[in-house]
Write a new protein. Structure first.
Length: 456
């Protein structure tokens, strides 16, 4: 298979074994003589697959791959002036979007074909569904209205949520998959979070923690890509420099927030993409709701998209210097790996580092768009480094052990009733500088000396 066909890391690896047996009618769907006998090539040259041809193949065999996203962008740009191919590319992309549509959102605005007196009636009905449905007040009483495995009347007659309600229930407060064998995680905790959200606690602590790790690895990936781009430039490899800069631009911190929506959408986490179109088109008070629900990184992206839609012109985005300053400030309070860290190597996939880190901490890998197939693949790759704690300047330091060592040392010096308090400050160095302030109360020792003098 050519290098543009997905290999390891994709759901189906077309680079090992016989690729034509891995999908039904593979000879007709994968690049080769069989495909060319049944499909017209955009390039017009047998055996030559340009960006459009590659997109057509990938839209069929690997519509969820990163290669698809890359060539979809190129194919749309190349076919703008060709009506036949432009319509073909758009149709293929729409088919893929329909397949990937994770939720069916309730729109509070009636469609354009609803006119006259029916329009306000439709709007009122939609508002009622949003208020009484599972995303509104109905969600508070729904757990008490049925029995396990039986659909409640609320879900049956008011099945839809708005985009913000769906995001709140399935991305912030809970998950869209609830397992009966895990009632606390699947039902009790999301319900408790929903009650708490009514009193202002919109984003629970565990979701805040997940977002912090998501931001950490996004910025670390940006730093790595920029570091490799700089090294490529110094080595006289402008091709590699361009490639690494492109990878940096596919992070949330590195993306052009006001850029083409398809490209922006490809840079954000997968769990955010189902909501991107709805949230980027939000108006009025809905924008405030979106800002309260999403992470600060996503809020910055949506603000840029809104500004561009409102003005019709390209909105201002962060400069490279501003991105560098934000990244530097972030790592002033978070662990920055040393120069000899194995993860800086281009051979190490940052997704593997993230997967190893979050699983080691007992966090749900699925909430980071990581899956068991990636975990099994990572197990076959030795040398994936682990980041134990993103908040420490030296994540391998055992604070409790340090406290015990200091306590033992003070006791050996006669400070038998000592108490040790440690205060840690952020640092970009992997070394520890320890300053000790000791205050010794002498009153007890003086009383003992007086007793000894009296009885002497």
């Amino acid at each position: 298979m050519p290098d543009w066909v997905p290999g390891e890391g994709n759901y189906i690896n077309f680079k090992t074994g016989d690729p034509y047996t891995k999908v039904e009618m593979g000879e007709a769907r994968l690049p080769g003589a069989g495909y060319e006998s049944l499909h017209r090539l955009h390039s017009g040259i047998p055996g030559v697959y340009d960006a459009v041809d590659r997109f057509m193949v990938l839209s069929d065999i690997a519509p969820y791959s990163k290669e698809y996203t890359h060539y979809a962008y190129l194919a749309k740009a190349m076919t703008r002036k060709d009506k036949f191919w432009n319509e073909t590319v758009i149709r293929k992309d729409r088919q893929r979007s329909d397949m990937m549509k994770e939720f069916e959102f309730l729109s509070l605005t009636p469609p354009e074909d609803v006119t006259g007196i029916f329009r306000p009636l439709s709007a009122a009905y939609r508002k009622t569904i949003a208020t009484l449905g599972p995303g509104g007040l109905g969600g508070l009483v729904e757990p008490f209205m049925g029995v396990p495995f039986v659909e409640s009347p609320i879900s049956k007659y008011f099945p839809y949520r708005t985009a913000t309600q769906t995001y709140r229930d399935f991305r912030v407060l809970g998950s869209d998959f609830a397992a009966w064998e895990k009632p606390w995680e699947g039902y009790i905790k999301p319900y408790a979070n929903k009650i708490a959200s009514m009193f202002g606690n919109v984003v629970p602590g565990d979701e805040q923690r997940r977002r912090e790790y998501e931001e950490y690895f996004d910025k670390l990936n940006y730093v790595k890509s920029k570091k490799l781009a700089s090294m490529s430039s110094e080595a006289g490899r402008p091709d590699l420099q361009k490639r690494f800069n492109m990878l940096a631009s596919k992070t949330m911190i590195g993306v052009d927030e006001s850029g083409i929506p398809l490209k922006v959408k490809g840079s954000i986490p997968k769990r955010e993409r189902s909501f991107f179109e709805q949230f980027s088109q939000a108006t009025g008070s809905e924008r405030t709701d979106v800002e309260e629900l999403v992470s600060p990184q996503m809020a910055r992206i949506y603000k840029a998209q809104w500004a561009q839609r409102d003005s019709g012109n390209r909105a201002r985005t962060m400069s490279d210097a501003e991105r560098a300053e934000e990244t530097e400030n972030f790592f002033g309070n978070h662990y920055m790996p040393t120069e000899d860290w194995a993860g800086w190597s281009p051979a190490v996939d940052m997704k593997d580092v993230q997967l190893k880190t979050v699983t080691n901490l007992g966090m749900d890998m699925h909430k980071f768009d990581l899956w068991e197939t990636q975990e099994r693949a990572m197990a076959r790759r030795p040398g994936v480094p682990l980041i134990e704690n993103i908040d420490q300047s030296n994540p391998t330091m055992d604070v409790d052990e340090l406290r015990r060592e200091l306590q033992s040392h003070l006791v050996s010096q006669g400070y038998s009733n000592s108490k040790v308090n440690l205060t840690r400050t952020a640092s970009r160095s992997d070394t520890a500088s320890i300053k000790i302030k000791v205050k010794r109360k002498s009153s007890k020792e003086e009383r003992q000396n007086m007793r000894e003098a009296i009885y002497a």
